[in-house]
Design a protein around this ligand. Structure first.
Ligand code: PLP
Length: 426
């Protein structure tokens, strides 16, 4: 592995695949649930755990992860004071949603295609503080266009709206939302933007600041291939008018041992110069796993070495291959993921595998399909459930994802097996 790791940027994808602790008999097409761990990251977990077990030194300063946060922040185009190593996307979203200054009657515009982790937290705020959650159902299907999505958000905004909360990439249909256009819409209306970026980190070569968002909460264990229990949270902490001209939103760092016991924290800045390290306020929450921070940083460092631009291109090239195979085998009418509009495509592809369209709301059949793929063919995908505009039923779809450790042949084989299995079950 040492030979391979020298000069990762120039290495073939075949070689890069050997960096991951993959089961050779399994086709892993479910990174949207969990990525595969690089051997190097596993080693860091082990080494850091051993190093800190029974150590006599102060464990609190390293638990703030200052260097790791700085390195990770740089990879995402931001600064250390804007980056928090969280436990997962769910925790990050919860800490943002409950840290916003939302009061009775304030409205949040979101979608029914958000993860439960987002919708349940918003529902809690509805019950606790009387906020109004205005939920739109995103259009689905091969021919959806970015403008359709922006228009549905725009139509839902009212004079009481304070926040737009949406996934950068939805987990149910794998729709890449037009993030910058939605953030610009929010800027025009003076709204705070909260992005569930669970699936963005490690997939997109992304400059968080340039998205124009206020908050982006990502999973560290999906496309970024860090260990389970890692996440990245971006909190806008400076005003760069070219990216987001609005003042920083009021934000309460709940669960913070950095927050003063008396008096007030420093004021937040109104310029591009930091005046209060909000990242420290959120990061500091008692003792922390030092191995976790080091391992996420190691995964990010590996990505930087391979090249984030190269990784994004490879993931999307494999996704286009998979999308065309799925379209050939099942037809574009069976696809819930966008295809026509390249702005909305992601490497998550959701489709209806069966001949009878009514099976789209037969959860048992879709679950059996996914389960048999796993147990009989060792192909790992998942099923998803979501609202479809105008449909009285929730729809169920099979979903596959591509990542850099996949290759064309295994995608071809997997789609072929899925086609045959779907015929048997149809
Ligand atoms: C879009 C989206 N949001 C949130 C989550 C929850 O992520 P985590 O397990 O990192 O909390 C997921 C998990 O699949 C997801 O796909």
């Amino acid at each position: 592995m040492d030979v391979i790791e020298a000069g990762l940027r120039g290495q073939s994808w075949e070689k890069v695949r050997t960096l991951f602790a993959l089961d050779p008999d399994t086709v892993h097409l479910n990174t949207g649930t969990m990525g595969a761990l690089p051997h190097r990251v596993l080693e860091v977990v082990d080494q850091a755990t051993r190093q800190w077990s029974g150590s006599l030194v102060d464990i609190y300063p390293p638990g703030l992860y200052p260097e790791h946060r700085a390195a990770i922040a740089k990879a995402y185009g931001v600064d250390q004071d804007e980056m928090v190593i969280s436990h997962n996307a769910t925790e990050g979203m919860a800490r943002v949603i409950h840290g916003l200054d939302l009061r009775a009657g304030d409205e949040v515009v979101t979608t029914s295609h958000e993860c439960y982790s987002v919708l349940s937290n918003l529902n809690l705020l509805r019950h606790r503080h009387g906020i109004v959650v205005n939920t739109i159902t995103l259009p689905t299907g091969y021919d959806v266009r970015a403008e359709d999505i922006v228009e549905s958000f725009a139509a839902a905004i009212t004079p009481r709206t304070k926040v737009l909360a949406f996934a950068g990439i939805t987990l149910f249909t794998g729709t890449m939302l037009p993030i910058r256009a939605l953030c610009e819409l929010a800027h025009r209306h003076g709204l705070t933007t909260v992005i569930d970026g669970a699936l963005m980190a490690g997939m997109l070569d992304c400059d968080f600041r340039a998205t124009g968002a206020d908050f982006i909460s990502c999973s560290g264990s999906k496309f970024q291939c860090g260990p389970l229990g890692t996440g990245l949270l971006y909190i806008r902490n400076k005003v760069h008018p070219e990216h987001n001209p609005l003042p920083l939103p009021e934000f309460w760092p709940i669960i913070s041992t950095w927050y003063p016991m008396q008096g007030t924290p420093p004021p937040r800045t109104t310029t591009s110069v930091e005046s209060c390290n909000i990242g420290d306020f959120v990061q500091s929450a008692g003792s922390a796993s030092i191995a976790r921070g080091a391992a996420l940083a190691a995964a990010c460092e590996l990505w930087d070495e391979i090249g984030r631009d190269r990784i994004e291109r490879r993931i999307f090239e494999l996704a286009e291959h998979a999308r065309s195979r799925v379209a050939e085998r099942f037809g574009t009418a069976a696809m819930y993921s966008p295809g026509d509009d390249p702005r909305l495509r992601s490497p998550l592809i959701a489709f209806h595998p069966f001949r009878d369209r009514a099976d789209a709301w037969n959860v048992k059949k879709v679950a059996a399909f996914v389960s048999r793929l796993e147990t009989e063919h060792r192909i790992w995908v998942r099923w998803t459930e979501f609202d479809v505009p105008g449909s009285p039923h929730q729809h169920y779809a099979a979903r596959l994802c591509t990542h850099i450790f996949n290759d064309h042949d295994e995608i071809d084989r997997a789609v072929e097996v899925m086609g045959k299995l779907a015929e048997q079950l149809s």
